[in-house]
Design a binder for this molecule. Structure first.
Ligand SMILES: NC(=O)c1ccc[n+]([C@@H]2O[C@H](COP(=O)([O-])OP(=O)(O)OC[C@H]3O[C@@H](n4cnc5c(N)ncnc54)[C@H](O)[C@@H]3O)[C@@H](O)[C@H]2O)c1
Length: 250
């Protein structure tokens, strides 16, 4: 494992109770950061906190990323407790159901957009003013290869993730004159709890599209994120980092 120095930095990870967010938390702690996990799943948060305690300083908070007041209160409390939020990793997200677009339930579409896109917007919106004030910040939003390619039977998910890419580019430009870097990653499928929301047919489709011929490992995600949130990532911003095992062609 390469050593990345995050000593003295405080990181907020949404959706950090499990999956990619949890793996990222583990890696950032191992790199010296202290970490706040924000998630709506209380039981998983407790479980995660217990598992991470030995690695470093972890605090947890039940936060629903679609609730603007909840997110703002979490930012205020975390800033007071830890002095600053230096790093935000926005990983909270859902897959939504698998339907052809013309059969996609309208409520499900709104729900996916609300969590995957508006949730990322609300977290970035609440955290960035403090980063501007301190002239330091590193943000990584978790998009998806689906946001570049548009997966069939996943139009809601794909559109929400394409939105995350555009949001990242806009915010990256708006903050580019500060020492703030805002980037996103576009992972291919990695076996996490999110698979429970998908049909087997869709999982098989996603695997068939990965030239590497295997699923992405969570530690491969956290390795890339660890560098993106480090001080050394001082120039690149508003960019999209591919983790698609060769699928993406741009
Ligand atoms: N695993 C993959 O194959 C894959 C691929 C590409 C992108 N992604 C993206 O990575 C991110 C993490 O996915 P994962 O695989 O770790 O999924 P996961 O289901 O394992 O974890 C997601 C976490 O987000 C939390 N969450 C969901 N809605 C929330 C809300 N409204 N407020 C707060 N927390 C909420 C859940 O409780 C859960 O702990 C998601 O944005 C997902 O779309 C995942």
């Amino acid at each position: 494992m390469n050593h990345i120095d995050l000593n003295g930095r405080h990181a907020v990870i949404t959706g950090g109770a499990q999956g990619l967010g949890f793996a990222i938390a583990e890696r950032l702690l191992a790199s010296g950061a202290s970490v706040s996990l924000w998630d709506r799943d209380t039981a998983e948060l407790q479980h995660a906190s217990k598992n991470l305690e030995q690695v470093g300083t972890v605090t947890t908070r039940v936060v629903d990323v679609v609730d603007a007041a909840d997110v703002e209160a979490a930012v205020a409390q975390t800033t007071e407790r830890h002095g600053a939020i230096d790093i935000l990793v926005a990983s909270a997200g859902i897959a939504g159901p698998n339907f052809k677009t013309w059969e996609y339930p309208i409520d499900a579409w709104r729900h996916v957009m609300e969590i995957n896109l508006t949730g990322v917007f609300l977290c970035c919106r609440a955290v960035v003013p403090g980063m501007i004030e301190r002239n330091y910040g590193r943000i990584v939003n978790i998009s998806s290869i689906a946001g570049k390619e548009g997966n069939p039977t996943a139009s809601g998910y794909s559109a929400s993730k394409a939105g995350v890419i555009a949001l990242t580019k806009s915010l990256g430009k708006e903050t580019a004159t500060y020492n703030i870097a805002v980037n996103c990653i576009t992972p291919a499928a990695a076996k996490t709890r999110i698979f429970d929301q998908l049909s087997q047919e869709h999982i098989d489709f996603m695997l068939s599209k990965i030239p590497r011929g295997r699923f992405l490992k969570t530690e491969e995600v956290s390795a890339m994120v660890a560098w993106l949130v480090s001080e050394e990532n001082s120039f690149t911003t508003g960019a999209v980092f591919d983790l698609s095992g060769g699928r993406a062609t741009y």
